[in-house]
Design a binder for this molecule. Structure first.
Ligand code: ACO
Ligand code: OAA
Length: 434
């Protein structure tokens, strides 16, 4: 994919030079202030990372290179039903430019040419029990390919710093190309008795993934294009992206850093919330004995969950303070493509019920739904009912953002990340001095 690589190289060199000059001239300029609550409260809001690919606004939600989700849906080259192709988003995140349909097709072909899996991936996965959690399988599948890392090999051979981004680009492209195959292999071995479906090279990245999962419905392909686009990036501070960034800053290669990030995504307060949402809804339906619960019944169940000291999965967010536009995009998709689904109606009734209840607690900073509140119900509709698999789909998408950002980090010569920690005694001493 020489045109993408060349375009990126030109942009990256220019920004590298500009940032060096900015750093030199303004390096001591204050950009933020930290209060005690941030030190003890998960570093919320502290500005401490450069992340080119996207930025989050608490009220508007994510913007990829300045473009909101509705704008992305309108502007990026799309599949036959108009849903954006994730290839286009990757291009945008690397270059800052909306690609042409031809550029996106070329990228699809490039990824196809890189997508064959080395045998050790299948051998490693087959050595695991079928019921190993799909996210555990996913990180093991990724790690099984690490011996192919171009970055690691070239580093061992004495690669110059100025070539880091190039090796990182090649690893990232290979990894992204292969991930749908790894993920589909996990799905089919875990839930379809190892009945694997070969890739269809006539299809784009998302549609081919849908095909290998076992569903060639055009609507499901569209869902996968949308899903893999909107989950791709959420600026740098979220737990999976930050992990990839931190690990990558040690010059661990993209396989090592991405698999580390996937272990962060596998936590229930982060990406695993998508499985927790549908599990919670299924349990509610079973408890209430109806597939069409009323809002009153839902409210009672929400209260029981809160009384048991648990969170309502799919609600709340560390940064967002309005409904997540990724939730809204999925709702619009359901309104357009899906009629008469009790499960989706239930998701919408939960949306009408939960926010005032969380607000009434007086401590929840964002009572609104996040991306995970909707995705499971869409997947169930298209036959992906095995919810322990959902975070793998999220992970395949997240690769686009964090690996594009990783290429940027190496191109910009970002150093080892190493923030400061303090002890409680240090905090108490500061307060005493003050
Ligand atoms: C892709 C993603 O990662 S999106 C997030 C996916 N995660 C979820 O959906 C899990 C449910 N949500 C949550 O647990 C939280 O809202 C998080 C983890 C997303 C954000 O956490 P925070 O930034 O700490 O939220 P916030 O400052 O509002 O928390 C304040 C209090 O409200 C509680 N709270 C926040 N969200 C919820 C919720 N959905 N249900 C019940 N209580 C909640 C917190 O647990 C905390 O309680 P505590 O003071 O007793 O410990
Ligand atoms: O931004 C966050 O903290 C969590 C999130 O929604 C994501 O990573 O997609």
């Amino acid at each position: 994919m020489e045109s993408l690589k060349k375009k990126f190289a030109a942009k990256a060199l220019a920004l590298y030079t500009e940032m060096r000059a900015i750093n030199k001239e303004h390096g001591e300029r204050k950009m933020d202030e930290v209060v005690l609550r941030q030190i003890t409260g998960g570093a919320r809001g502290i500005k401490m990372m450069l992340w080119e690919t996207s930025q989050l606004d608490a009220n508007e939600g994510i913007r990829f290179r300045g473009y909101s989700i509705p704008e992305i849906k309108k502007l990026l080259p799309s599949g036959p039903q108009g849903e954006p192709k994730p290839e286009g988003l990757f291009w945008l995140m690397l270059t800052g430019e909306i690609p042409t349909a031809e550029e996106v097709n070329d990228l699809t072909k490039d990824w196809q040419s890189r997508s064959d899996l080395p045998q050790q991936v299948m051998t490693s996965l087959d050595a695991l029990p079928d019921d190993a959690h799909p996210m555990t399988q996913f990180t093991i599948g990724i790690m099984a390919m690490q011996s192919d890392s171009i970055f690691s090999r070239r580093y061992a051979e004495g690669m110059s710093k100025t070539d880091y981004w190039d090796a990182c680009y090649e690893d990232s492209m290979n990894l992204i190309a292969r991930l749908p195959r790894v993920a589909a292999y996990i799905y089919r071995r875990s839930f379809h008795g190892g009945d694997h479906i070969p890739a269809d090279k006539s299809l784009d990245w998302a549609a081919n993934f849908a095909h290998m999962l076992g569903n060639d419905d055009e609507d499901f392909r569209s869902l996968m294009r949308l899903y893999l686009t909107i989950h791709a990036d959420h600026e740098g501070g979220n737990a999976s992206a930050h992990t990839v960034n931190l690990v990558g800053s040690t010059l661990s290669d993209p396989y090592l850093s991405f698999s580390a990030g996937m272990n962060a995504l596998a936590g229930p307060l982060h990406g695993l919330a998508n499985q927790e949402v549908i599990k919670w809804i299924f349990e509610m339906i079973e408890n209430l004995g109806t597939k069409t619960p009323t809002k009153e019944q839902i409210a009672t169940y929400v209260q029981e969950t809160l009384d048991a000291g648990k969170v309502i999965p799919g609600y709340g967010h560390a940064v967002l303070r309005e409904p997540d536009p990724r939730f809204t995009a999925q709702r619009r998709f359901a309104e357009e493509y899906i009629k008469g689904s009790d499960l989706i109606e239930t998701v919408w009734k939960i949306f009408d019920t939960v926010p005032p209840m969380l607000q009434a607690l007086g401590k929840v900073k964002n009572p609104w739904p996040n991306v995970d509140a909707h995705s499971g119900a869409l997947l169930v509709h298209y036959g992906i009912k095995e919810y322990s698999y959902y975070t793998v789909l999220f992970g395949v998408s997240r690769a686009l953002g964090v690996l594009a950002a990783g290429i940027w980090s190496r191109a910009l010569g970002m150093p080892l990340e190493r923030p400061k920690s303090v002890t409680s005694d240090w905090i108490k001493a500061q307060l005493k001095d003050a």
